[in-house]
Design a protein around this ligand. Structure first.
Ligand code: AMP
Length: 223
């Protein structure tokens, strides 16, 4: 099963994708994570993307669609994929159709996490992660149990994304509204869009997503 998780920055796409990886053995393809890795490694793609990402704008369609195509080439067709943060423009949605059909894959679901943007700003600007194991924390909602020490691995190093400041977050949301939300009708016309309340707590969001995925398996015509 191949699915897209759609929603503005901070809607919980990454968190929900991680849950699906753990519970269903799907693979998460996050263009944001892949671009951050490229920036860190100083690759030509990373060098091109760095300033654009720090400004909260969108990296070029060719770059991200290229990254997605290459990542899919490393996976067998029967591995389910969660597209997290891709596609983000109509051109990317079109490329994704071509990329999938060239690899014998179909898109089964587009799940939109619906959220309140003002609450998201607090969610995003407070988040940080363990620099060693990646465990997620938040200034207001989830501090380490012992101050300054990661609950999971004991590291004392933490990091924040450079684009998680309020000004950049507002730009990222405006980009979502202007360029990403308008691609939903493409998928609505195919009858594959479901909406989930992304402001509910994490467990509720996970179970809502699980029931969308499981219902579609039950509904599938029997051979
Ligand atoms: P994310 O981690 O998904 O919030 O992405 C972080 C940043 O990476 C975005 O603000 C963009 O600058 C860039 N980015 C990630 N995915 C895409 C995409 N599909 N298209 C264009 N830019 C992207």
């Amino acid at each position: 099963m191949n699915i897209i998780l759609l929603g503005p920055p901070g809607a919980g796409k990454g968190t929900q994708a991680t849950q699906l990886v753990d519970s269903r053995g799907m693979v998460q393809l996050s263009t944001g994570d892949m671009l951050r890795a490229a920036v860190k490694a100083g690759t030509p793609t990373g060098l091109k993307a760095k300033a654009v990402m720090e400004a909260g704008q969108l990296v070029s369609d060719d770059i991200v669609s290229g990254i997605i195509g290459e990542a899919l080439d490393d996976l067998s067709t029967d591995t389910g994929v969660i597209f997290d943060g891709y596609p983000r423009t109509a051109a990317q949605a079109e490329s994704l159709d071509e990329i999938l059909s060239a690899r014998g894959r179909t898109l089964h679901h587009v799940i939109e996490l619906e959220v309140n943007e003002d609450a998201l700003v607090e969610r995003i600007t407070g988040r940080f992660t363990c620099a060693s194991c990646g465990e997620g924390y938040h200034d207001s909602f989830k501090l380490p149990k012992v101050a300054g020490i990661c609950d999971r691995c004991g590291s004392t190093e933490f990091k924040r994304r450079p684009d998680d400041n309020e000004e950049t977050v507002r730009t990222r949301m405006a980009e979502y509204r202007a360029k990403t939300a308008p691609i939903l009708p493409i998928y609505e016309a195919r009858g594959i869009v479901s909406r989930v309340d992304g402001m509910a707590d994490m467990a509720h969001v996970s179970s809502a997503i699980a029931s969308i995925l499981d219902t579609s398996i039950l509904d599938r015509p029997q051979a």
